[in-house]
Design a binder for this molecule. Structure first.
Ligand SMILES: Cc1cc2nc3c(=O)[nH]c(=O)nc-3n(C[C@H](O)[C@H](O)[C@H](O)COP(=O)(O)O)c2cc1C
Length: 181
């Protein structure tokens, strides 16, 4: 038997892939936001979309700076991921509070990378679309890097546990590699 899921909860039936930390910077402010809603959009050019609520500080920073960085945390960073997803950067320096280390991007981008994350994707903003209370920011990946022992053709999930958000206070993590011939 299936039960009805409220419209408000219906998006929880979809897994949005692994949770990321998106960093942004504008003038003298930089910030970290936790995001579950992100998606690859195109191979050529390599485009990715991140969906940010209009009320969030990061929405303003990404729109003004026209760039963002996607950082890939593993499960060891879960506490910091939850913190960056609860507190607004408007009145808190999340780098300071979490003790995550900002490092300079490889390309001409002001948004910092997070050193403790296992991968980083530097993106130039290419498009913005409004959907209800969120804005979808489309970024072109201009540089990407990952820990060499954890990523070959894909994340080696026998070695790294990526974080997945199931909604609300519920999370899970990647477990073991399944190869299909
Ligand atoms: C696991 C998790 C996933 C989240 N995913 C999103 C998301 O995809 N889009 C969004 O706008 N907010 C998302 N949030 C909420 C923001 O991260 C949160 O409101 C944050 O404090 C906003 O920060 P800012 O105001 O500094 O930008 C998520 C929070 C958590 C804990």
């Amino acid at each position: 038997m299936k039960v009805e899921i409220s419209q408000e909860r219906a998006t929880r039936l979809l897994s949005s892939g692994n949770v990321i930390l998106a960093t942004s910077a504008y003038k003298d402010r930089s910030n970290i936001i936790t995001l579950a809603w992100k998606t690859p959009l195109s191979h050529k050019p390599p485009l990715v979309g991140i969906s940010i609520a209009k009320s969030h500080f990061s929405c303003e920073l990404v729109e003004k700076s026209e760039e963002f960085v996607i950082n890939i945390p593993d499960v060891n960073l879960l506490e910091k991921v939850v913190f960056c997803g609860k507190v607004s950067g408007r009145d808190t320096d999340k780098f300071k509070e979490t003790e995550l280390t900002p490092i300079k991007a490889h390309r001409l981008i002001n948004a910092p990378l997070i050193s403790e994350c296992m991968g980083n994707l530097e993106c130039y903003l290419r498009d913005i679309r409004e959907f209800g209370d969120h804005k979808l920011f489309v970024g072109e990946i201009i540089y990407a890097q990952a820990e060499e022992n954890l990523f070959d053709q894909a994340w080696d999930v026998d070695k790294i546990r990526l974080i997945y958000h199931l909604g609300g206070i519920f999370f899970t993590s990647s477990d073991k590699m399944i190869k299909v011939k």
